[in-house]
Design a protein around this ligand. Structure first.
Ligand SMILES: Nc1ncnc2c1ncn2[C@@H]1O[C@H](COP(=O)(O)OP(=O)(O)OP(=O)(O)O)[C@@H](O)[C@H]1O
Length: 679
């Protein structure tokens, strides 16, 4: 089950080797190990050298960014928490000094009654300090409770807002996705940091109070207290660092394991899971992946146990030295009993505060690393945001022109998806893009929509280069309907209205878009009409067929009412009559002045397109009207060959044969049924 490969060169010392222990499931299902290696390089400085020094260095900035979040979320609650915590520290110091006074009186000279009465005012101070401390703690608890969910919301919004606004290329970049994965924990960590910050302030102020008292009692006590607590600080930070490094290394692996789990309960996958008996297969691989994760957890746990044991031994030794020194001081008469008693109390309070402080600092440190990820994501996303400024597009565009456009998908190893493409899309015309699978048709459509920018060459909306144009305007001018358009898990109404999400919902417009797409009957047949939820697995959720979804998708694009309508294989799931209707309507739209970019493999459908571009391996192989392309001797004859192959297929399938064309038979629009529905 396990494959061991050789240790990766140059990976950090003491960290798990990303290439080690790769399960067959990872190789088989995901093509290789799902450990992050790039992360090492990217964050080397930031998380692999996280010793005490770098924690102290980074913490103020990260705590600062959490406090800024808290200030944005609820400044009043933040002020309450800060004031309560700081005052409570002062009150604790006063309490400790009062304890010292009580002991001094009780252990001092004089009769018992006399000593007791002398101690009463100090005792009263201890009691009052206790009451005030309790009140302040409850104020801080209430404030923190109010602040936490708000900080969580503000941090989540920061994350989601950026995720929705970055360039599509960023969403497809696995490094950016890794950051998205880890940064999503940042919001929860910001929330945790509020409570932890408040606990740290409490512990620090209490510690300062105890340290102050100890320094006054004897100068040797404070360094001894520090020596006692250093080992637990070291162990806690070491364990936290290992956990964080491991989290980052395994983040993709964990996502893949979650994906397998999700597929087993996904309603879309459910039929195939059953009929093809995919369940046991997925479960087996899920188990293997989970076991890989468990091995990492076991490794971390045994390292943590060893580190903890070493720290305990060190602490025990330091405590023995501490009490030995106290005994020596007493024996030598360098310290009296009252002072020694207070010192023991102060040391116990101090070391317990210091331990609490270390535990909280450790958690704070762990959480702050995820907040740092959120910080990094925000910075990286800001770098990759879709620009919100740019030149306005001409009000009335006469044509969109691709001039020698070359484009390679980021990180693609297969070469350019578009290579020196020249295409003109005149307004109010039907431009068809045809060609074999992977020839670049959909890519060209994505560039037209403004989803990607050309590497070289230009896309011009009349005179305006799209890379310099206001992208919001470009998006605004385009509507897209593709074969795999998104099926929003919302009501039928929203599935159409989302074509113009900001426009008020006007039922008349929605009806007319639905009628246009032939979706009127579908809507009428739904149990709750427009208000039917189109998502199985929710209460009242309803499933519509693939063709019915497609009609809703076309209705959505129609409702968007944009200048350029891109239809990418729009009718593949429609029955013959519906397909015929859709093409008739698309043709009418062009007659009304709308520009249509039609991508299809059904070559009979493009007969009436004004321009046909035939794509091949990212290039325009030939272009012209249908008649041009069917003429013998026009260009390489790619379209003609593809068209005749399809026609032969129809003939063999017993479909009506296309009517005569340049010596070849090409059928009438209606006679060819679904396959021959022509624009
Ligand atoms: N998001 C992407 N990232 C990387 N490569 C991509 C991406 N989308 C498409 N490609 C690659 O770009 C090339 C062109 O793909 P495109 O989808 O534009 O072809 P197409 O002509 O629309 O194909 P089809 O007829 O099958 O829909 C293909 O080699 C494809 O593998």
């Amino acid at each position: 089950m396990w494959t061991r490969t050789k240790r990766t060169k140059g990976h950090p010392k003491g960290a798990p080797d990303p290439q080690e222990d790769v399960s067959d499931s990872e190789r088989l299902l995901f093509g290789g190990p799902l450990r992050n290696e790039a992360g090492w390089n990217q964050h080397d400085g930031s998380f692999l050298e996280l010793g005490l020094r770098s924690v102290v260095g980074q913490m103020p900035r990260l705590v600062g960014s959490t406090i800024r979040l808290a200030h944005r979320a609820d400044p009043r609650a933040l002020r309450v928490v800060a004031a309560a915590e700081l005052t409570s520290g002062v009150v604790q110091a006063v309490g400790l000094v009062a304890v010292n006074r009580v002991l001094a009186h009780l252990l001092g000279p004089g009769g018992t009654g006399e000593r007791l009465s002398a101690a009463v005012p100090a005792l009263a101070t201890v009691a009052v300090a206790g009451v005030i401390g309790a009140l302040l703690r409850s104020a801080s608890t209430a404030g923190t409770g109010r602040l936490e969910p708000k900080v969580f919301r503000v941090a989540t919004e920061e994350y989601l807002e950026r995720a929705a606004r970055v360039e599509l290329a960023a969403m497809e970049d696995d490094e950016f996705h890794k950051l998205l994965d880890s940064a999503q924990w940042g919001a929860e960590s910001s929330r945790q940091m509020i409570r932890l910050c408040s606990s740290v302030i409490t512990a620090v102020t209490a510690l300062v109070a105890a340290a102050g008292v100890l320094t006054v009692l004897h100068p040797v006590l404070l360094p001894l207290l520090a020596v006692m607590t250093l080992p637990s600080a070291w162990s806690a930070l070491t364990i936290a660092r290992r956990r964080y490094v491991s989290f980052h290394t395994w983040i993709q692996h964990a996502r893949a394991a979650r994906l397998l789990k999700q597929l087993l309960i996904d309603p879309q996958a459910a039929p195939e899971v059953r009929v093809h008996n995919v369940g046991p297969f997925l479960l087996r691989h899920f188990r293997t992946m989970a076991e890989t994760g468990e091995r990492e957890q076991t490794r971390l746990a045994s390292l943590a146990a060893r580190t903890g044991l070493a720290a305990s031994a060190w602490t025990g030794l330091a405590a023995t030295v501490m009490y030995g020194v106290l005994g020596l001081l007493l024996w030598a008469g360098a310290m009296d009993l009252a002072v020694a008693g207070t010192a023991v109390i102060a040391v116990r309070t101090g070391s317990s505060n210091l331990e609490t402080l270390v535990i909280h600092l450790n958690h704070l440190y762990e959480e702050s690393m995820f907040v740092a990820d959120l910080d990094r994501l925000c910075q990286e996303a800001d770098r990759r945001l879709i620009p919100t400024t740019g030149l306005p597009l001409p009000r009335e565009v006469r044509a969109v022109r691709f001039e020698n456009v070359t484009f390679t998908y980021p990180g693609a190893s297969t070469g350019p998806a578009l290579n020196g493409v020249d295409v003109t899309i005149p307004t109010g015309r039907i431009v068809a893009l045809v060609g074999s699978n992977g020839s670049g048709k959909s890519t060209l459509a994505k560039l037209l929509c403004g989803l990607y920018a050309p590497d070289t060459g230009r896309i011009l909306w009349d005179g305006t280069d799209v890379t310099k144009a206001d992208r919001a305007e470009v998006f605004d001018r385009v509507a897209v309907v593709t074969q795999d358009f998104f099926r929003w898990p919302f009501t039928a109404r929203i599935n159409v209205a989302i074509g113009r999400p900001d426009a008020p919902h006007d039922d008349e417009l929605l009806h007319s878009a639905a009628e246009y797409a032939g979706a009127g009957e579908t809507i009428a047949s739904l149990p709750r009409g427009w208000d039917t939820l189109l998502a199985r697995g929710y209460r009242g959720g309803h499933q519509v067929s693939g063709g019915q979804w497609q009609r809703l998708g076309i209705a959505r694009a129609r409702h968007r009412d944009a200048e350029v309508l891109v239809v990418d294989e729009p009718t593949s799931a429609l029955d013959a009559e519906a397909e015929q209707r859709v093409f008739d309507r698309i043709r009418n739209l062009a007659a009304e002045g709308q520009t249509i970019v039609l991508i299809t493999h059904r070559l009979h459908s493009v007969r009436h397109a004004n321009h046909i571009y035939v794509m091949d391996h990212g290039r325009i192989a030939e272009h012209g009207t249908f008649d041009d392309l069917m003429r013998l001797g026009h260009g390489p004859g790619l379209f003609r060959r593809m068209y005749l192959t399809q026609s032969d297929q129809y003939r063999l399938d017993g479909h009506a044969v296309p009517a005569q064309h340049d010596g070849h038979e090409v059928g009438s629009d209606t006679a060819t049924g679904g396959e021959g529905a022509g624009v």
